[in-house]
Design a protein around this ligand. Structure first.
Ligand code: FDA
Length: 311
């Protein structure tokens, strides 16, 4: 019930308008979001890179319904790529939601925006990941990737597969055949049971199956999870089968399991942190709270503690 409520709240723009003006809510968001500007995002990227952890910067925003807003977001992404390339030690790598680039307004507009971003990323030797959104967008996103972007940009662009979706076994097989770069995650959206596994144990089991396949046959997969059990399983497969650490990377979200991020790095694995920033942080924050409602108490406790200590 609480999860459903948080997912519903993530879609309520009026509530965001109210929440954004509230200082306490902004303090909540700081735990998972690296501020509202390019500079705050870049500062976090620099700090992580100095610790040997690579990043993917994400300008928060999704479900854009006007061409003008998509063009503005495109310009901001181009500025982010430039900013990353000027930071010493920072790899140029961003994550983008197609709906932010106008996918639901006009696919040609979205394509023009993505071409501008990818031209710049390629020029800088960078990489652009297309985040995966709800299942209504899965086929369209995969088609757009396969037919419009991947043939031109190859290894500069990659997609995401969600183990929650029943279809993902087939999709992973297809993407392995294409030699495309895949990030594997569990999936952050509420989906109907005919499309997605309702039972979390099935989502986890499917993740392990897809992960093994990608580790053995995939092209530099990104294993995006904070699930310790799954991560140790990955480490066993890698050790047992002698899979070199340059052939895959672990990925986690900014603010989640920082201890585990450092442990993996120290053990010689590649570790990337997904760093979201920007003013549109509300739906993202609500999805993080829905994944782990205990975060509400955790963040609230921290904010109060910091408040009492006069931070
Ligand atoms: P699970 O939810 O089972 O959590 C395992 C453990 O991790 C928990 O017990 C807890 O300890 C910790 N944990 C997980 N989430 C936490 C949180 N929010 N706060 C604190 N602890 C937490 N989704 C999507 O649909 N499309 C996408 O493109 C992406 N992209 C993406 C990139 C990267 C780098 C990551 C890490 C994740 C995504 N996701 C995503 C989100 C993903 O689908 C999923 O919702 C979250 O990663 C949570 O799932 P876990 O695999 O961590 O497992």
């Amino acid at each position: 019930m609480l999860r459903r409520g948080l997912h519903w709240l993530s879609e309520q723009q009026q509530i965001f308008d109210f929440v954004r003006s509230n200082g306490l809510a902004r303090r909540f968001a700081e735990r998972f979001v690296a501020g509202e500007t390019i500079e705050t995002g870049a500062a976090v990227a620099e700090a992580l890179s100095a610790r040997g952890i690579t990043v993917s910067l994400d300008l928060l925003g999704e479900s854009v319904h006007e061409a003008g807003a998509a063009e503005v977001a495109c310009g901001q992404y181009i500025a982010i790529l430039g900013r990353m390339s000027q930071s010493s030690g920072v790899e140029v790598n961003v994550s983008i939601k197609l709906t932010q680039m106008g996918f639901d307004v006009d696919e040609e507009l979205c394509c023009r925006n993505m071409v501008r971003i990818l031209d710049r990323a390629r020029q800088l030797g960078g990489f652009v990941r297309l985040d995966m959104e709800g299942s209504a967008h899965t086929q369209r996103t995969l088609d757009f990737f396969e037919h419009r972007l991947y043939p031109v940009y190859g290894d500069h662009v990659g997609v995401v597969i969600q183990s929650a979706l029943r279809r993902s076994t087939k999709d992973v097989e297809h993407l392995i055949g294409l030699k495309a770069r895949v990030r594997l995650c569990k999936g952050a959206y509420l989906e109907p049971p005919d499309v997605a596994f309702a039972d979390k144990a099935d989502v986890d089991r499917h993740y392990v199956e897809l992960m093994e396949r990608l580790l053995r046959e995939g092209h530099y997969p990104g294993l995006a999870t904070h699930d310790e059990r799954i991560i140790s399983h990955a480490r066993q497969v890698v050790a047992r089968e002698g899979i070199a650490s340059e052939r895959y990377e672990f990925q986690m979200l900014y603010g989640v399991r920082r201890d585990l991020q450092d442990q993996l790095k120290a053990a010689g694995h590649r570790m990337r942190v997904y760093v979201p920033f920007g003013t549109q942080w509300y739906p993202y924050l609500m999805r993080r709270l829905a994944e782990r409602p205990a975060n509400i108490a955790f963040i609230f406790g921290n904010v109060i503690r910091e408040g009492l200590s006069g931070r």
